[in-house]
Design a protein around this ligand. Sequence first.
Ligand code: NAD
Length: 357
Amino acid sequence: MNYNITVLDGDGIGPEICAGAIKVLNATGAKYGHTFNFTHKLIGGCAIDKCGVPLPEETVTACLSCDSVLLGAVGGYKWDSLPVDIRPEKGLLGIRKAMGLYSNIRPAKLWASLAHASPLKYELVKDGVEIIIVRELTGGIYFGERGKGTGDGGEYAWDTEKYSVAEIERITRIACELASKRDKKVVSIDKANVLESSRLWRRTVHAYAEKNYPDITVEDMLVDNAAMQIVKNPSALGVVLTSNIFGDILSDEAAQVTGSIGMLASSSLGDGTRGLYEPIHGSAPDIAGKDIANPIATVLAAAMMLRDSFSLTDECAAIERAVESVLNDGWRTADIMEEGAKRVTGSRMAELIAERI
Ligand code: NAD
């Protein structure tokens, strides 16, 4: 099969880590008989420098006409003093909106060989952990009505958590799709003992999943309990479905369990199969151009693209196995270096992974 991928390298370490992911994708294509065609487009600071805007029209057109999008990272000191409207991050918000992406998927994966990097007790994480947070991204309290005023108690302010059945159903579909390619279980997070919006959330998630995904089991968990389970029993969670605000908080908590920012991937999906895949870290301008950035987060983002956008489950698993095997053999980039391990550059790390596909 032929797949057309738009690559948005972005700024700082973006081009280095994307080059690593492309190397691994090409090795995977060669092994499994696929061709991945890459078209590079500008976003963020480099787009401001060349075109005067963080998201050129040409980039949007390319992202809307390809099979999926791989993004490095945007931003850097150079653009920090620009007016808010033409900052690099505007390019990111703009492309998510243009592509109609309403979900953010953040797998917090801790590899058994890096268990020592977790702040949790070794016993809890020694076999590795994978929590996949599926966060609703365009609704809820961050986008609801808000206001402020002055009353008897002095100044006051309010925000509104509001979800429609349609919004809940479409994010439930994404969680069920991901779970159907994994362990067929979704843990849905709410605060249904207090919030009306959560009671609608719970009812809708169950009704939609039962009707459309009868083989998926949905478990409910209150958000306060979820915050505890992430540090108490992280391997019991799996695919976790959340509203915007709960997902914002829980995904950062879950990322901390892994202890390593250079290893974590994320994706944003909307209707259809086209998505935006990226590492969770930023453009790391402090280490750009030195060939020490860890490419694994971006390599794993590319692997997610194969499974979640192209349904290439075996190919995704091959990349994950290759990463695991390189880690098990003690190869480390600077950020995950430990005593007794073998240090390699970022580009060599990508080569090692590609060689083991
Ligand atoms: P950052 O994630 O870029 O860096 C934080 C720290 O982690 C730095 O010390 C960096 O060297 C290290 N680091 C990050 N990725 C690494 C990797 N792959 N390998 C090894 N070390 C790595 O966050 P920051 O320093 O707060 O932000 C830098 C720039 O990135 C800012 O302009 C910010 O706005 C932008 N940013 C972009 C995104 C994105 O594009 N999605 C996300 C976050 C921050």
